[in-house]
Design a protein around this ligand. Structure first.
Ligand SMILES: Cc1cc2nc3c(=O)[nH]c(=O)nc-3n(C[C@H](O)[C@H](O)[C@H](O)COP(=O)(O)OP(=O)(O)OC[C@H]3O[C@@H](n4cnc5c(N)ncnc54)[C@H](O)[C@@H]3O)c2cc1C
Length: 481
């Protein structure tokens, strides 16, 4: 019996997820994980700032309680100690007292959110009624009937005023989907509102890393995989994957084995970089691949992270959702672990940031500081010691109504080649959960295809992808599937 060799290209969350699942379920496989950057994690990563001791995340990442596969991957790799789970959110609207959002412990889903909606002090009574009607209609509409519909059009059709849009729907959807409601599909919006909030208890809990992402994924998760025998090679960009399952590395790497023959290849690079790996394929073989050109042209949406170091604390809140401002989320230093700092770190997140290009970085920082001073009185006295603005133009793919038809499934026409990445067909928007599911689906496909080749495989060939949170009776009755 020969050892099957799996090569995973790309060590973002999708590639890490595939390596985690395979190394746990099928330890007899030889697994090589190739990453072009120096550290695994991909978009969920950090950079080194010369003025800071700890790595700084490109942008704050949070998961929600409904992200069952992401949370399972964290548990399987023993990384629970790297996350905090908060069930309470604070919404801040200019000139209004803070509004708490916390789901009821005793009302069954989806009713468990009603009291929280009523507690949002910046919404008028008429707006609350309108939003509840909208949510009811959304629960009673199946996802499949929303695939072709733009979220903003649906909200118009169901009588949501511009006030309700700005103060409620856009606040949740723009943050969760990384794109404006004028561009996203209503099916994706429904996924966020129903699966992420209404359908199950705990779905809206927020999981926040308490260490830099470079520590969580780049160091700790990498170490876990290495301990399980995965050969993780960073700083090793792949140049080509050939039609006979050979992975060719760029020849500027430090090692000599620049060509790896594989039994299985999981390609887990971002959608806009995929085509480059196959551009030397003969035309006849290339035709059997998914439509690489359409995939490369899936539009992107930028997210900006503003990193601000003040001379004093500006708030005691760990995080806050900002409503009616350019800033959408504020996070206080997520990884302070009780240490004393001479500066106080705040990160502001702005999703769907394409419009921000009209500002210079300095103008943007000034604008954001003015918003913070308005929201947090202590910020008025605080001195900004340092700032960084980080915008990734390809932060997420823009999940418009046409995009789902382009997203390819994991499996390709070639049994040895599978695709993974948040952009594949996962029924999730661009999220860490989508990326984990895609990696686990790729792992499942490989396990299936080598089922006969290892006696232990049949016994462990259970599904790797976890189901979503279980829905209670009332939720099953009220929410259409
Ligand atoms: C600013 C920002 C904020 C976000 N906030 C959140 C959030 O709060 N919650 C959430 O769930 N999601 C969030 N996301 C989305 C989340 O980061 C992504 O959905 C997820 O990380 C995608 O993982 P991936 O593995 O599919 O892709 P990637 O992270 O893009 O990983 C692909 C990997 O492939 C590598 N690669 C590319 N080409 C090659 C090659 N030729 N050879 C070898 N390696 C290669 C890349 O270096 C990269 O490491 C955010 C994203 C950004 C950018």
């Amino acid at each position: 019996m020969t050892m099957q060799r799996v090569v995973i290209v790309g060590a973002g969350i999708a590639g890490l997820s595939a390596a985690e699942a395979l190394s746990r379920v099928a330890p007899w496989l030889s697994i090589t994980l190739l990453e072009s950057k120096r550290v695994p994690g991909g978009r969920a990563g950090s950079f080194h700032d010369r003025d800071q001791t700890d790595p700084v995340d490109y942008c704050q990442h949070v998961a929600m309680g409904c992200c069952t596969n992401f949370i399972d991957m964290i548990r399987q790799t023993g990384l629970q100690d790297q996350f905090r789970c908060d069930s309470e959110l604070t919404f801040l609207y200019p000139d209004q007292p803070p509004s708490r959002f916390v789901a009821s412990r005793w009302l069954p889903p989806p009713l468990h959110l009603l009291a929280s909606l009523d507690a949002q002090r910046y919404l008028t009574a008429a707006e609350k009624r309108q939003i509840k009607r909208g949510l009811w209609n959304l629960m009673r509409t199946s996802t499949s009937s929303l695939n072709d519909c733009v979220a903003a059009d649906w909200l118009d059709r169901y009588g949501q005023s511009s006030g309700c849009r700005k103060k409620f729907w856009d606040v949740i959807l723009v943050s969760a989907l990384g794109e404006k409601t004028e561009h996203v599909s209503m099916a994706a919006a429904r996924k966020v509102l129903i699966d992420g909030f209404a359908a199950a208890r705990g779905a809206s809990d927020v999981w926040i890393p308490i260490s830099p992402l470079a520590t969580v994924f780049g160091r700790r998760m990498q170490q876990c995989l290495v301990d399980r025998g995965v050969d993780v090679r960073c700083g090793r960009p792949v140049r080509q994957i050939t039609a006979d399952a050979t992975v060719i590395l760029a020849d500027d790497g430090p090692e000599t084995d620049d060509v790896i023959s594989a039994d299985h290849v999981i390609c887990a690079v971002p959608w806009h970089q995929l085509h480059k790996l196959f551009d030397r394929w003969p035309a006849a073989e290339r035709k059997r691949l998914p439509d690489l050109e359409s995939i490369a042209n899936i539009p992107s949406s930028p997210i900006s992270g503003l990193h601000l170091w003040f001379d004093r604390p500006i708030t005691d809140l760990p995080h806050a959702v900002m409503v009616g401002t350019t800033v959408q989320w504020v996070f206080r230093r997520p990884h302070d672990a009780g240490r004393e700092y001479d500066s106080h770190y705040i990160q502001c997140v702005i999703s769907a940031a394409a419009d921000l290009t009209r500002f210079s970085k300095q103008q943007l920082v000034d604008h954001v500081i003015a918003e913070l001073r308005h929201a947090f009185p202590r910020a008025r006295e605080a001195l900004l010691k340092q700032h960084r603005v980080v915008t990734d133009p390809n932060s997420v793919f823009s999940i418009g109504p046409d995009v789902d038809a382009i997203r390819p499934p994991t499996q390709t026409a070639f049994d040895w080649l599978t695709l993974a990445g948040d952009w594949t067909q996962t029924q999730w928007p661009a999220t860490m959960e989508g990326a984990v599911i895609s990696g686990r689906r790729a792992a499942e496909h490989i396990l299936e295809s080598c089922q006969d080749q290892h006696p232990a495989n049949a016994a462990t060939n259970a599904p790797v992808v976890c189901p979503g949170l279980p829905r209670g009776r009332l939720a099953r009755l009220l929410i259409r599937t």
